[in-house]
Design a protein around this ligand. Structure first.
Ligand code: DX5
Ligand code: ZN
Length: 219
């Protein structure tokens, strides 16, 4: 099953509530919440207060992407504030197994993220523990970047390993995904599609419909 996960990083923060309302009326099951600390990535985006507010406005699955150094410090707080899933970067955490287990112990879904330059094999030790692998298709830290095509082989590689092991693990992609490159990413094995600017810039409902027209063809 393919899912769309709009990234609110690309939303108009002066209109975030009304933009979330549009998503609430759509078939979109996930909302991607990009938390950036200015250490693991150059940018600072938002944190607990925004997550707490977003939680009151939507029932959608809050898919928190922690672009944060040592994310284990924040798991309890983010779960308490309403995260449904937390994805940590393999490059940012010295206790990945423990942190994934802790997220699950609090009732959350857990994911492991790998940057474009990180070999896909670095996600393999965690495949039996995670609900999803997030393959970054841009350098983390900014929305609106161009898709890095070399990541396509990494999507194929992780999907093939998951299939070989017969695991129920989702493959999420994140960054630079547009209508024009959507089909090849789905064909490569991605099934949770994070996209920000392609949804929030322009007519949000129409953008969602355009994505689902392609995603539903590729059930
Ligand atoms: C980048 C974030 C992505 C980004 C996606 O560090 O993890 O989620 O916001 O935005 P677009 O789709 O505009 O590249
Ligand atoms: Zn993200």
């Amino acid at each position: 099953m393919n899912y769309l996960a709009p990234s609110i990083l690309a939303a108009d923060f002066c209109e975030l509530g009304s933009q979330l309302d549009i998503i609430e009326q759509s078939e979109v099951p996930y909302i991607h919440v990009d938390v950036m600390d200015g250490m693991f990535v150059p940018s600072i985006s938002f944190g607990m207060p925004v997550l707490e507010c977003v939680r009151t406005r939507t029932k959608r699955f809050l898919d928190v992407h922690m672009m944060v150094q040592s994310p284990e410090r924040y798991v309890d707080e983010f779960m308490r504030l309403g995260a449904d899933g937390i994805t940590i970067h393999v490059e940012a955490c010295d206790c990945v197994h423990e942190t994934l287990a802790h997220i699950k112990s609090l009732g959350g879904k857990c994911g492991i993220a790998i940057n474009p330059e990180t070999p896909v094999e670095q996600a393999f030790p965690y495949l039996e523990e995670v609900d999803m692998v997030l393959v970054m298709t841009v350098r983390p830290g900014f929305g609106g970047q161009s898709y890095i095509r070399s990541c396509l082989d990494k999507i194929k590689g992780v999907r093939s390993e998951i299939s070989k092991r017969g695991l129920p693990v989702d493959v999420e992609i994140d960054g630079g995904v547009r209508l024009g490159n959507l089909k090849e990413n789905l064909d490569a094995g991605a099934n949770i599609i994070v996209t920000g600017s392609a949804i929030f810039k322009g007519d949000i409902q129409q953008n969602i419909d355009d994505f689902y027209n392609i995603m539903n063809e590729k059930k």
